[in-house]
Ligand binder design. Sequence first.
Ligand code: ATP
Ligand code: CA
Ligand code: CA
Length: 409
Amino acid sequence: DRVLIGNKVSEGHVNFIIAYNMLTGIRVAVSRCSGIMKPLTPKDFKCTKKLAFDYHGNELTPSSQYAFKFKDYSPEVFRELRAMFGLDPADYLVSLTSKYVLSELNSPGKSGSFFYFSRDYRYIIKTIHHAEHIHLRRHLHEYYTHIKANPDTLVSQFYGLHRVKMPISFRNKIKHRKIYFLVMNNLFPPHLEMHITFDLKGSTLGRYTEVDPERAKHDENYRVVLKDLNWLERREEIKFGPLKKKKLLDQLKKDVQFLAKLNIMDYSLLLGIHDLNKAKEEDPELPEGSLVPVTTSTGGFKTLPESTGGLPSGTVIPHFFKEFEGGIRSSDPFNNDTNLVYYVGIIDCLTNYSFLKKLETFWRGLSHDLKVVSAVPSKEYADRFYEFIADSVGTSPQTRYKDNPEVQD
Ligand code: ATP
Ligand code: CA
Ligand code: CA
């Protein structure tokens, strides 16, 4: 019943071998470190583990269809992070590696990263640049500390950082390529339609997505991610009453301060909107029950097996993921729930203000106001980002689609 968002990567696909190797590496490395938890030491943050796979296998690694090397970064730290995020170790492995099938996102960003969804769409594998992996490793301790201190953080949840090194033929020559990749949370629940999606940076320069109205009318799989200028043009706002507004902005402030401190910029607020009224119109058969907010302790779709008897203490399920299938309901000025469900998080938060960006600021800064230039130092980026979102959270009573009293409580 879900709308497919990607192309299946299965045997025969150009990237099948890469995907196969990523998953094989994860399966072996992650299952190896699911022992007992002991307090993390500074060494754990620096530690890496290497595995070599080949057709024959050996006492350390099982046989693999293809020969490649796998490197696992700070396995104990990520194991603890996964536990903090409430993931069950066995569940995690089943979602990612029970079958060697992933879905590749059709139109990834301009950075050249590839995105793969796990078979059940709960996890995203993103290939990242060498510099991004350096940045994450350098600041992993700060990241860990921030997550621990901010259970409601909107910053991306990182579940693993890995590398595969494998031979790739390029113009008839075999080259060994290193591919760095991250496993992270999919902000959107697998089984719900996002009626509209925004990627907001607080910058206006080039931040417009052209929408083909004809195609939108006829192709029901046509999905676009709208940007800042679309947001302004449509006079959108995040409809939160005072309570949720405060909660969101307080957390956002802490998160951007954290990112600025690490000299990170170019991140976005990814915002998916599911409209309960629209969903009901599209499918009048929709059982009434599915319109009732799901307030399980695990935040909707991220369910742990019953046997674990709830979540261990210290688990961080952000407030904003808890109300309705991993999202949060819109509310009116009196803090009553209304018809929208927001899926929200800060993504793409590993770009540091590098030399390249400094150059970009220099050239553009000569002729543009800081407000419109997309590459500015991290502190300005954070302030501009925060202000844009703060200005976008409204408590005005009208809802985007016509009110349907039936789904309001
Ligand atoms: P660029 O640097 O050009 O912005 P990128 O390759 O670094 O692109 P991202 O910005 O991380 O890519 O993501 C691109 C798009 O992928 C997002 O706009 C969003 O639609 C989708 N996406 C990324 N991360 C997530 C996530 N955690 N959950 C759901 N969708 C995501
Ligand atoms: Ca981005
Ligand atoms: Ca990026």
